[in-house]
Design a protein around this ligand. Structure first.
Ligand code: FAD
Length: 439
């Protein structure tokens, strides 16, 4: 599905309740009341569509990329929150008091207990939920616990809002709008079921085995997975997959990793993984032959369809992983375009995949620019950070404006590099990137 169709679908879904409310033909109320209802309805529609913007649907994140999907998810969550929090304060009509000019009470706000209680609960829970998501890394929960709480919490809030809307909303009890809410809530609930139960159960039929495990650098491991009794997955270089290793297919223990191999190399998937938390720290002890499950491919950090007269891969730390797959595929395709790999690390012990770098230099004539913040005395490469000055030294010629730049690494590095490239006149569409962490 093209990106503009996705955006159009989103806009239509967010605004559809307004159209249905307008079509209901009810007598108009003061404009502030109509605005308040409109805000509430748009907030609810956004909340429900958030479920499919969770980053787990290939038809969405595969089109616009995981970073864009997650940015939209975060931005719209905050938008829905703002609309939901403001809307009750805009109503001008008094609660439940019949107005002398309104004997049928069509213009009067009335609240049955179901509408009031659910509305108040949602009003309190929604900001708590969004704040918890923003502060995820600071609250000290395990990622898996947070993820479960996030999915189920969102569902509980959606159900509360559904009841609130049907009992307290002026328009939401109308059959058409009520039908739309029911359909959207069902899609939201089914999307959770799909991610947490259906996909994992389907994965049982396509198991993988760990066939390679070796240390590449300080706290960095290479893991190779081979398909067991099937053909593996069809992916593009640069994509990523959610993998479960040594955990039941239906479990919350799954983590996203970039595929560091190239499709042209065969069916095995190679990952370059840095020890970080509870799962990655156990990598060294995984026995060969352990069963694994793969959900992928996902993401669109891919070269296909993007052009570029040269390719520059700019990586920090384990951000090297997708670059290896991208550059290896270019090498296998004997792609004639010039390639540069800028690879930054703190110290020499962190440099991973030295054989790949040597091969790319030798066989694909890739210019490999190694950057160390704390270099040894005899260091031949660049010193310091991957910063604007380095980028200007490497890519300041007019021909570089038509290159494609692929960025992956610490967020601060990616922001610096992106700003530097834009400053050199590179068009935004010529810069693609992947973040390894989303709040
Ligand atoms: C698209 C993408 C590609 C990635 N590619 C690589 C790679 O090639 N190599 C590599 O070393 N790391 C990669 N990462 C980061 C990697 O997913 C995390 O480092 C890893 O999941 C940490 O898991 P943990 O249980 O060891 O640590 P934890 O302490 O559980 O988690 C640390 C942080 O990792 C992130 N994380 C953990 N589990 C998940 C999950 N299930 N889904 C999303 N984020 C999660 C969260 O931000 C969390 O705060 C990638 C991340 C993303 C989003």
């Amino acid at each position: 599905m093209p990106a503009f169709v996705l955006i159009l679908t989103y806009v239509v879904l967010a605004l559809a309740p307004l159209a249905l409310a307008a079509a209901s033909g009810r007598p108009p109320r003061p404009v502030m009341d109509e605005i308040a209802s409109a805000m509430a309805m748009v907030a609810f529609a956004i909340l429900l569509v958030e479920f499919v913007l969770s980053g787990r649907f290939r038809s969405i994140s595969g089109r616009v990329g995981l970073d864009v999907t997650m940015r939209f998810h975060q931005l719209f969550a905050r938008t829905a929150l703002a609309l939901a929090l403001v809307h009750p304060f805009l109503y001008t009509l008094p609660f439940a008091r019949p107005l002398p000019f309104d004997p049928t009470r069509q213009l009067t706000l009335t609240f049955a207990a179901e509408g009031l209680v659910t509305g108040v609960l949602a009003f309190v829970l929604l900001p708590a939920f969004v704040l918890l998501s923003i502060a995820r890394d600071r609250i000290g929960w395990r990622y898996e616990t947070w993820r479960l709480a996030h999915g189920l919490g969102a569902l509980v809030i959606a159900l509360l809002v559904l009841i609130h809307a049907r009992h307290a909303g002026r328009y939401s009890a109308d059959p058409l709008l009520s039908g739309l809410w029911a359909v959207l809530t069902a899609i939201a609930a089914l999307s959770l079921l799909h991610v947490y139960a259906v996909k994992p159960l389907l994965a049982l039929r396509r198991p993988w085995r760990v066939t390679g495990l070796r240390k590449l650098a300080e706290r960095t491991w290479e893991v190779v997975l081979s398909p067991s009794g099937h053909d593996g997955i069809a992916y593009k270089a640069g994509q990523f997959a959610w993998i479960r290793i040594g955990a039941p297919a239906v479990s919350l223990r799954e983590n996203p990793f970039s595929i560091a191999s190239a499709p042209g190399e065969g069916r095995d998937l190679r990952f370059v993984i840095k020890e970080l938390g509870d799962f990655t720290a156990t990598l060294s002890g995984i026995p060969l032959g352990t069963t694994a499950y793969v959900d992928g491919p996902h993401g669109n950090l891919v070269l296909e369809g993007r052009g570029g007269t040269g390719i520059a891969c700019i990586a920090g730390g384990v951000g090297i992983a997708p670059m290896l797959g991208l550059l290896r595929q270019l090498e296998l395709d004997a792609d004639p375009r010039p390639t540069v790999l800028v690879y930054g690390n703190r110290h020499a012990g962190q440099i991973a995949c030295t054989e790949d770098l040597a091969r790319l230099r030798r066989q694909h004539r890739t210019q490999v620019v190694q950057v160390l913040l704390e270099p040894p005395d005899d260091w031949q490469g660049e010193r310091g950070m991957v910063d604007a000055a380095l980028i200007a030294r490497l890519f300041a010629e007019p021909r570089h404006r038509d290159w494609l730049y692929v960025l992956c690494g610490p967020p601060a590095m990616m922001e610096t590099v992106e700003a530097a490239l834009l400053g050199l006149g590179v068009a935004p569409r010529r810069i693609i990137s992947e973040r390894f962490q989303h709040d």
